[in-house]
Design a binder for this molecule. Sequence first.
Ligand code: DOR
Length: 433
Amino acid sequence: MKTLITGATVVFPDETKAANILVEDGKIADINADADVVADDVIDATGLHLLPGVIDDQVHFRDPGLTHKEDLATGSRACAKGGVTTFLEMPNTKPATITIDALHTKLDVAAEKCVVNYGFYIGATPDNVEVLAAAERTPGIKIFIGSSTGNLLVDQQAALERIFGESSLPICAHCEDEATVRANAERLNGGSTWTHHSQIRDHAAALIATKRAVDLADRHQHRFHVLHVSTGDEVKFLRTCSDLITAEACPHHLLFHIGDYERLGSLVQMNPSIKTEADNEEIWAGLLDGTIEVVATDHAPHTLEEKDQPYPQSPSGLPAVENSLALMLNEVNSGRCTLQQVVSWMCEAPARVWNIADKGRIAPGYDADLVLVDMNKTDTVLNENQLTKSGWSPWHGTTLQGWAVRTFVHGETVFVDGQVRENVRGREATYDR
Ligand code: DOR
């Protein structure tokens, strides 16, 4: 099967220019094809930009165990709509992904249900280092150094030393210091408003845990990825770190701050918490100067009913996977960053950080995971249009310019004309080791 995409402005790793892209049997076959090359399907993409599909390296799809919030079918459809062609999912499901069996079960279920490509992290516990050392078919190890949704937590130094010392897969971590969070919560009697959430999960909690994890990575010479950087202090610290360390920022830590609790309440209650406008600015600066390599969502759906509970019963997390690319393209349109930078943060860097084979760039031999975007299209995010099973977005009512209009997974169209093709199936991501 040959598909020719003509007329698009293509975002290559080093340049953005008009090119005709030939896709053959799910791979990019030619990046400079003649416009009249014979193909089974010719797609006229005049006026559109062609990007590598987005790789979201941090999502929570709740399958198994919490599928009233999301499952692998609904989460992956939301990805397809948002231009996300590969997701890497976190282990805090029920049961948690802390055994090889649980990992393989997720992969089997994903093969049945997912319309985009997938990978699953293996979760660390204080005593499963043998599992972590033996795991294959996973991008890496996730440690909750501070607790969040679910009961995964490793904050004892001895256990952390073993994990960094005795495993070889790349490690990523949720960095909020458990002792600091507990002490803050005690001081505030557990907290009673969402503003307290950012005082309980404060700047110090984030910085202490990030420094602790980086110290472990340095001493054990272990590849380490800091998830969801939420403070300017962490960015300043990360500027001093070695090449072993990479980092991620999420749209909500770039675009929301504590002033938004008044309007949005629990809808922007996240772990790590949102911080100040000054933190937003420093995280942007960290992305723009290359200190932070990756933009991903931490898509963490909860139902509105769950979110409607008073603080601190309201759970932390917000869904974002179907709007993240549009949010960032909107920033391109407003002059904050370039399209080339967005492709670096959302496509190329996640593939590099996790050694994902054949993804993240438009080049011959790479998988034809692609997204056509219309940089002129404006649309308003509305709860009623969300494909996430949770059925809402913290950006409800926000008009964005720059949207995915067609998404391809291994050369097959999975989203077009506003519709997801539910019969398409993604594949398991593989890793160059
Ligand atoms: O706010 C959050 N919610 N942060 C996390 O790291 C986990 C997530 C969830 O799973 O709900």
